[in-house]
Ligand binder design. Structure first.
Ligand code: CDP
Ligand code: MG
Length: 833
């Protein structure tokens, strides 16, 4: 109680300081981050070298001189031999033929919507048309064009392409900016950036001062950020009448956007693609003579994948799309096909793309087909890397003198990106394994063959954007058409869909917009940080508004976790959370882990919660797998078990024994690798916020203290909490809302007969017949008391003044308070053996 009093005294001191000096406090709380905060850097990168607002005659003169310099450079390039060759290529693109129409429409209207097939030249040409016409009119230095892309990789690759089409290096008139990376110079007038970067700029510059054109690309994808940006821009247009807004879409449903922007004109760029022959699974089997058998399907994904499927099944397979596809398969009638094919199709498993089939088909194409690159659409980067390993062991596909095997996904390195666009040597066939990123964002010129697995999954990068890890789900018909279209760009092509026709028929026409299918908590925080007023009022103005209940739930949750106060205003915690593009519960853990110098295990836990469960439970080896997990735990926490498992894997990796370690302990090697790279990503996010300066050892002063780790887990997962009620032989669990609940059998707590703590915090509950809890950690009364979601408590820990001055004292007090438990107190990393 003495210690609790001391903590309360700090709290009181802090609160009175806050009420005395409210304004300066809100500035203060960012002051620690000013040295390396991304907001500041981004603002710097966006800054106009000479703000037009100053409007002095001297300034005007400088800008005019620079404009004429830009024009001279542009003309010199256009007249050079290389420049003329480049122009010839550009003129061959369908977008070029519409150049005048597009420029006139932009001149005459504030908002213009442009649609055209992927590859017709929207992204590379339209921003360039605007830039060129501004430069030609000798006002080049006065314009500032921003073109947003949903993904960082397309922002980078497109800016490189446009710079080279203009005969320049990146950073001259063309630049890019993505999170943590960017190239922009004094004369940069066209900037490609991710949608998130523009949203962050709006945070510090609500009117986009100095910007003349905003181009929002890929609006057909209906990503959450893009839909959000459109509401903000719609509000901005009347305040900035001279600002031009151009929306670009790869599909024809652009009318929706036109009516949203009061009947803005629509321009369609008629495209040209060669015919593409479509093969569904039944045709592929017939054509190649390949047969699916139950045994090679199990081989296809290896044991590991089959385990995952059975483990994850109750969670996600209930989705409507999957069940309608399953219905379609059940009702399918393949009687036009030979008995062998009928049999083969009847054992086709919709959850299994079939690596063997892909390998077979690729080698078939290499041996029998004309030259041309092959594009293979896979579900996500983990599948891509497993398939790549498999193909590299193949005598033909793994032979670099015959096949150039490349991958394409959101988190690949820039050097790898360039290879994708290059033509291979004669006699070498390029095969690119890709996620849905190559559907519309990236165009690979020489593709003639497309393999389509029919599914897509959010990548780990998307998980960072507050999307919980998803199982692969079926794509829409529109996506399928886009994938097919990739094959007919240079000559007639072939598209192989690795699923039967009846499955395609069951696909939905379009995918639901992200804003209607993902949790809204992060979006609500962003609305607040941009000071856009009432959350529900703001969201009611979206292109398609989310349900009121979904919005209310999100607001309520944010209040409970202390990110919003009673009046829906951001708290200090809320403001830090807006700087971390992860789910609020994960953000809270990262923040507290950084403040309490207990970062390492927290990075692992947060990364572990963002990927597929690394603990595998194969149906036929359930007992063995659960016992294996139990060795990692003696402290009533699935989360701490994960930290131990990861530490053990890391150790084993040093001896190159990571895979064996995973095999022995029923762990997914892929998830372990994913955790490893996500940890780095989260670390750089934390540096962005200014909460840590680098990965100094002091960040881990208390990383071994399991009580503190428990406290941090509780801080993140609250209000996911249930009480433990012991009876004679065992215990039962209860939550406030559901009454009695059960634990999943693979939880380490499910094997215990006693839990020496009164509470369990959990990540997620799922209702099957009863309510089941996944991954839980036992916590004591004092942990719950101190860390269970009070608003002021969030603030006291996040006040930089308090953190700096009282840091050590505060942590010691907290440690003592939370370590009254019966366990042995020290947390030991390393292999279980
Ligand atoms: O945006 P949209 O899909 O309409 O096409 P784009 O990205 O502007 O690409 C137009 C053309 O530029 C493509 O068809 C490619 O031929 C070429 N391109 C390229 O060669 N290298 C790139 N990195 C991007 C585009
Ligand atoms: Mg494009």
């Amino acid at each position: 109680f003495g210690l609790l009093k001391r903590v309360n005294a700090y709290l009181g001191e802090y609160l009175s300081k806050k009420s005395r000096n409210k304004e300066s406090f809100s500035d203060n709380c960012f002051s620690r981050s000013s040295s390396n905060s991304s907001i500041v850097t981004e603002e710097g990168l966006f800054e106009q070298p000479e703000p037009l607002a100053s409007g002095t005659a001297v300034m005007e003169k400088i800008l005019l001189r620079r404009s004429s310099l830009l024009r001279d450079q542009q003309q010199a390039w256009q007249e050079s031999l290389e420049g003329r060759e480049m122009l010839e290529f550009r003129q061959s693109l369908p977008a070029y033929k519409e150049k005048d129409t597009i420029l006139t429409a932009i001149l005459q209207n504030q908002v213009v919507i442009i649609s055209g097939e992927t590859g017709c030249g929207k992204t590379t040409q339209i921003p360039q048309f605007i830039l060129e016409s501004e430069i030609d009119s000798a006002r080049g230095a006065f314009c500032s064009i921003i073109c947003t892309q949903p993904r960082r990789i397309s922002a980078i690759s497109v800016s490189e392409r446009v710079a080279s089409e203009r005969g320049e290096k990146l950073g001259e008139s063309v630049g890019y900016k993505v999170r943590l990376e960017g190239i922009k110079g004094r004369d940069t007038r066209l900037l490609f950036c991710t949608t998130g970067i523009l949203l962050r700029r709006l945070l510090v510059d609500r009117n986009l001062k100095g910007v003349t054109h905003v181009i929002v690309d890929e609006i057909h994808e209906r990503g959450m950020n893009e839909d959000f940006l459109l509401i903000v821009l719609k509000d901005l247009l009347p305040r900035r009448p001279e600002l031009k807004l151009i929306l670009m879409s790869a599909t024809l449903d652009a009318e929706l956007f036109s009516s949203y922007f009061d009947g803005a004109p629509l321009i369609h760029i008629p495209g040209f693609t060669y015919p593409v022959r479509t093969h569904f699974l039944e045709n592929i089997l017939e054509m190649t003579g390949y047969r699916l058998t139950p045994s090679n399907q199990i081989d296809d994904y290896g044991q590991e994948r089959m385990w995952k499927m059975s483990k994850q099944a109750p969670r996600k397979r209930k989705s409507q799309i999957v069940s309608s596809v399953e219905d379609a398969l059940r009702a399918a009638d393949f009687k036009d096909f030979s008995p062998q094919i009928q049999e083969s199709l009847s054992c086709w498993n919709p959850d299994c793309i079939g690596f063997n089939l892909i390998e077979y088909l690729l080698s078939y194409i290499c041996e029998n087909e004309r030259p041309g690159a092959v594009l293979v659409f896979m579900t996500g980067w983990d599948d891509i890397s497993s398939l790549k390993d498999k193909l590299q062991a193949h005598p033909v596909l793994g032979d670099p003198s015959r096949v150039l095997l490349l991958t394409c996904h959101g988190s690949m390195a820039s050097s790898e990106q360039k290879l994708i666009f290059e033509e291979p040597e004669d006699g070498v066939r390029k095969i690119v394994l890709t996620t849905n990123i190559a559907e519309t964002s990236i165009t690979i010129n020489d593709v003639v063959f497309v393999l389509d697995c029919g599914k897509a999954k959010e990548t780990s990068y998307d998980a960072l954007n507050n999307t919980p890890c998803l199982l692969p789900s079926w794509v829409s018909k529109v996506s399928t058409q886009q994938r097919r279209g990739r094959a007919g760009r240079v000559q007639p092509g072939e598209c192989y869909h690795l699923y039967p026709r009846c499955v395609y028929d069951a696909f939905t026409e379009y995918q639901l917009p992200e804003i209607l299918r993902t949790p809204l908590q992060s979006l609500c925080l962003q609305i607040k940080s941009l000071k856009l007023g009432s959350i529900s009022e703001f969201l009611s103005r979206a292109l398609q508004s989310p349900k009121l209940l979904a919005v209310q739930n999100a607001i309520e949750y944010l209040k409970v976790i202390g990110a919003l106060d009673e009046n829906e205003n951001l708290t200090v915690l809320g403001r830090y959370l807006t700087m971390l593009p992860v789910e609020p519960k994960l953000g809270k853990m990262l923040i507290l882990g950084a403040i309490l110098n207990c970062l390492d295990p927290v990075l692992t836990i947060v990364a572990g919660l963002s990927v597929r469960d690394p603990f595998l439970t194969p149906l036929d080896k359930k007992d063995l797998a659960e016992t294996a997990k139990l060795q990692f735990s003696h402290d009533h926490s699935d989360h701490l078990a994960l930290v131990r498992a990861y530490e053990g894997w890391k150790e084993a990796e040093k001896d190159l024994a990571g895979y064996d370690y995973c095999w022995k302990n029923f762990l997914s090697a892929q998830s372990m690798k994913a955790i490893d790279s996500l940890r780095e990503e989260f670390l750089s996010l934390l540096k962005d916020t200014g909460l840590i300066d680098g990965y100094a050892t002091s960040c881990n002063d208390w990383s071994y203290d399991q009580h503190l780790i428990r406290a941090i887990i509780c801080y993140g997962l609250y209000p996911g909490i249930c009480s433990v009620v012991h009876n004679e032989k065992s215990f039962s669990l209860k939550t406030m809302e559901d009454g009695p609940v059960l634990l999943y059998s693979n939880s380490v707590n499910a094997r215990e007969s006693r839990i020496p703590y009164p509470w369990l915090v959990f990540n997620e509950k799922i209702k099957v017949n009863s309510v089941f809890l996944r991954d839980s950690t036992a916590v004591s009364d004092s942990v719950l008391l101190l860390f269970g979601g009070s608003i002021s408590r969030g603030d006291v820990l996040l006040n930089p003044q308090i953190v700096l001055h009282l840091h050590h004292e505060l942590i010691s007090a907290i440690r003592l308070l939370v370590s009254e438990d019966q366990c042995d107190g020290r947390f030991v990393f390393g292999r279980p053996d």
